[in-house]
Design a protein around this ligand. Structure first.
Ligand code: R5P
Length: 269
């Protein structure tokens, strides 16, 4: 791997722990004004000091995130469909030149293994890897799961391995039973998605299970920004991911921080 790509990956997966807390705020690219993300700038600002990486779309990055923010960006570069259409019918939405102009650390694209459009999405992944390799930009493959697909280790393992085989540098997927085998069979690092909002306790258990099974971190959205107290929640998630904190202890931490009113934008240093 060349120096530039390695350096960008090291900004995302922190070398001191080998782990990462990525904050996903790209949901609007197919969901529109997602609950909790109606004002992305206001939501993201107090969370940035605790995010190892931010995953937005190009539009939100440009219009809602302060360009002086010291956070690596994993830019969502696939889309072209909405929740009203066929979600698998995505294409590449951002040129590599514009991604570089935005000083990204990585680009992210969804693959839809098992859908009628799997070939289209997998060839888009391969194309993006070719383009990224030219400039040292790593690609994160998001293994999207269709409505009719079972999220078991056989399916998730298939999607992750294919993504790695096509050149993804990191894979984002869903936690499932037997996740150790998914991690073991995938030659590149895996981060887990949070999925739909669940209780803070359950989300911390999910993150902990993922880490214990070998994931290098989370790329979590709704379970942070839809939390009663997002700033407390991201800190609790960090404790699980970077310090191997037990989920019950991390939940205590969440409650303490929430009671202290941690959802205030930190004063600039
Ligand atoms: C979905 O395709 C988007 O990439 C989201 O970023 C992803 O689902 C992660 O967010 P959440 O933790 O809300 O599932």
């Amino acid at each position: 791997m060349d120096w530039g790509m390695q350096n960008r990956l090291s900004r995302i997966i922190k070398p001191d722990t080998g782990r990462t807390v990525m904050l996903a705020v790209d949901h609007g690219y197919f969901l529109g004004p997602t609950t909790g993300l109606e004002k992305p700038g206001d939501v993201v600002r107090p969370l940035l000091p605790y995010a190892d990486t931010l995953m937005p779309t190009r539009g939100v990055l440009r219009s809602c995130v302060d360009a002086s923010a010291d956070v690596p960006i994993c830019l969502r570069v696939s889309g072209g469909t909405s929740i009203l259409g066929d979600l698998a019918n995505e294409g590449i939405t951002v040129s590599m030149e514009d991604a570089i102009r935005l000083n990204v650390a990585a680009v992210a694209l969804s693959v839809f293994v098992g859908s009628a459009l799997e070939k289209q999405s997998l060839l888009s992944l391969a194309k993006l890897v070719d383009e990224g390799t030219q400039y040292g930009i790593p690609v994160l493959a998001v293994t999207a799961v269709g409505k009719d697909m079972v999220r078991d280790s056989r399916y998730i393992g298939l999607a992750c391995r294919i993504s790695a085989e096509l050149g993804a540098a990191v894979v984002k997927t869903y936690y499932c039973d037997g996740f150790e085998k998914v991690v073991n069979d995938c030659p590149v690092p895996i981060v887990i998605a949070g999925g739909k909002k669940i209780s803070e306790q359950d989300a911390l258990i999910l993150a902990s299970n993922g880490i214990k099974s070998g994931a290098v971190g989370v790329d979590m959205g709704r379970n942070i920004f839809q939390s009663e107290n997002p700033v407390a929640m991201i800190q609790a998630v960090r404790a699980v991911v970077h310090n191997d904190e037990a989920p019950d202890k991390a939940y205590d931490m969440y409650q303490t921080l929430a009671a202290e009113g941690s959802d205030k934008t930190p004063e600039p240093a």
